[in-house]
Design a protein around this ligand. Structure first.
Ligand code: SIN
Ligand code: FE
Length: 298
């Protein structure tokens, strides 16, 4: 039996039904988010046009990729198998970005000016499909925190907004895990040491876009160590969460351990954020790891 986490410890439920609507509990939202909680909007849907519903087809994803991804500021779209569908997908992802910005302004106004580097994805594959075909390291049905292997963030936070757009009633089911300080304490002693030389070589070889910092090394090690630990996956602290179609949720995915267990068809919007722009940067993975390691990591 896994150790259970109480729902209230892991989730804050918020009432908005519109992307530009704030509620009475907004002051607490940013605090809950920075604690690592999931902000859950059970009634915040993203209605699709009839033309967009026709885009809910896994065959539209390039076979070499997991998802379709989009950079709203440059309009760069990647991973679409059929060029004819690109304009409609670009329009959908642009609209999701715009709605996400409205949600941030309404619910997380302190973050409005400081979130940067938006990218978003259209996720069309059933989770079970990639679970069965990928290596353990890419298997997101194992609890993990997000870390980008080729794009070091040097401590920048990864905030993600998600919306279940399943047209036939299927929930997206996640597991979420323990608070980041407990997670870091558990795994830090087992993580491989950082080598600046290896980071330099990886950058020179083009394996990473910039040089991997000590922080990025530890976050990737943490990601891998969590996924590789079967005992932790089965018995570690965790809570199952169900996100029905027509609901949205937000979390810092570099902080909140998460695993996607089932579901199909989702929109996801990513923003980065400097720890210095948080209300309490002491809660960022960078500062938590630095205080445990007793040294600067970037
Ligand atoms: C993940 O971020 O690990 C996957 C989330 C999802 O696709 O539901
Ligand atoms: Fe993830």
């Amino acid at each position: 039996m896994p150790t259970s986490i109480a729902f209230e410890q892991a989730v804050m439920t918020l009432s908005p039904r519109q992307w530009n609507e704030s509620g009475h509990d907004m002051a607490r939202a940013v605090d809950a988010l920075e604690q690592g909680k999931v902000l859950f909007f059970p009634h915040l849907s993203f209605p699709l046009t009839l033309e967009e519903v026709a885009l809910l087809d896994p065959q539209l994803v390039d076979v070499k990729r997991k998802n379709i991804s989009f950079q709203p500021l440059t309009h760069h779209l990647k991973g679409v198998a059929s060029a004819a569908k690109s304009p409609a997908i670009r329009q959908l992802l642009t609209r999701y970005y715009q709605q996400s910005c409205q949600l941030v302004a309404a619910v997380l106004p302190d973050y409005q000016q400081v979130l940067h580097s938006p990218t978003n994805t259209l996720r069309l594959h059933p989770i079970t499909a990639w679970r069965d075909t990928t290596s353990w390291r890419k298997d997101d049905s194992r609890l993990h925190v997000d870390a980008f292997p080729s794009r070091p963030t040097r401590g920048e936070r990864i905030m993600r907004i998600f919306t279940n757009i399943n047209p036939s009633g299927q929930n997206r089911v996640w597991r979420v895990g323990e608070p980041f300080p407990a997670l870091a304490q558990r795994f830090l002693p087992r993580l491989k040491r950082y080598s600046p030389l290896v980071s330099w070589v990886q950058h020179r070889l083009g394996i990473t876009k910039t040089r991997r910092s000590h922080y990025d090394h530890l976050m990737l090690q943490l990601h891998d160590s969590m996924k590789a630990d079967q005992e932790y996956q089965q018995h570690g602290p965790q809570l199952a969460l169900e996100f029905p179609p027509g609901s949205s949720w937000i979390c810092f995915s570099d902080q909140t351990p998460h695993a996607a267990m089932s579901g199909q068809f989702m929109l996801e919007q990513t923003f980065l954020l400097s720890p210095a722009s948080m209300q309490d940067q002491g809660r960022s993975p960078l500062r938590v790891l630095e205080s445990l390691a007793h040294q600067p990591l970037v």
